[in-house]
Design a protein around this ligand. Structure first.
Ligand code: NAP
Length: 226
């Protein structure tokens, strides 16, 4: 079967490998946000499609039989586009979204519903690990009383707009001890992150539990309504 996976996640790459093993003709689509994306088996295309219309044209032109949305749970626009495009092109759509993390004994989560609420919840003069995508940094620039430790996969091209910050470059460790060391050595008092789910970014949550640190956790809309 000719399958298009909307990817950008570890789960999408694993799925591509599995479907190829099963004999399918798989293309994975990446948005192109990281300079050196991790290798993905099968064909890879990079960059936006030009909205739902562009995506539906791609599905038709490439005779895709199945579209799988395996994007990050907070990548909302592409998921909306996938639904519209699949309907327009009359292609089967499968949505594979990671389950969110659940609070465990010892976790000190402050659950919030938006990035703005997260920003306003940070106590005065806190030292925060800001574990969010680069497109969300601007929002925190008004908090000039707060020190931000900002994690980026790639070094940023421009200076970040945050008045008081430092950078940690690279993908998060899977080992909570390494994450705890980063938190400890930077004297971090709070983490701000989203409830992404999955294993790739979970070690910081375990580290916060071990160090008894509060996590300002931006929840998914569906969880807030539940
Ligand atoms: P978004 O806001 O939903 O998407 C914005 C635009 O980027 C889309 O309209 C689309 O452009 C393009 N796009 C997004 N994902 C694409 C894909 N897989 N292939 C081709 N084009 C794509 O998404 P985002 O939050 O910027 O995330 C971008 C990508 O990074 C996603 O694929 C996601 O899986 C991955 N990712 C996101 C996060 C996160 O925190 N949001 C974390 C880890 C990985 P057009 O309208 O031009 O088609």
């Amino acid at each position: 079967m000719k399958i298009l996976i909307l990817g950008g996640t570890k789960e999408a790459a694993e799925l591509a490998a599995r479907l190829i093993d099963e004999g399918h003709d798989v293309t994975t689509s990446l948005a192109g946000r990281t300079r050196e994306p991790k290798p993905v088996e099968g064909k890879v295309r990079i960059g936006g499609f030009g909205g739902a219309t562009g995506l539906s044209e791609f599905l038709i032109d490439n005779q895709i039989a199945k579209l799988i949305d395996a994007t990050h749970p907070f990548a909302k626009q592409i998921s909306v586009n996938a639904r519209k495009a699949a309907t327009r092109a009359n292609v089967e759509l499968q949505v594979k979204t990671r389950a969110p993390w659940q609070m465990q004994p010892g976790d000190r989560w402050i659950e919030v519903g938006s990035l703005e609420e997260a920003r306003d919840t940070i106590p005065a003069n806190a030292r925060v690990l800001l574990a969010l995508g680069s497109q969300y940094t601007d929002l925190f620039k008004t908090r000039d009383d707060v020190f931000f430790l900002v994690r980026r996969v790639d070094p940023p091209e421009n200076k970040l707009p945050l008045p008081n910050h430092s950078l940690v470059i690279g993908t998060p460790s899977r080992d909570w001890r390494e994450e705890a060391e980063i938190l400890r050595s930077n004297n971090i008092s709070h983490i701000v992150c989203r409830n992404s789910g999955g294993t790739g970014a979970y070690a910081k949550i375990e580290a916060a539990r071990e160090l008894n640190l509060p996590v300002i956790m931006i929840m998914r809309t569906s969880q807030l309504l539940a």
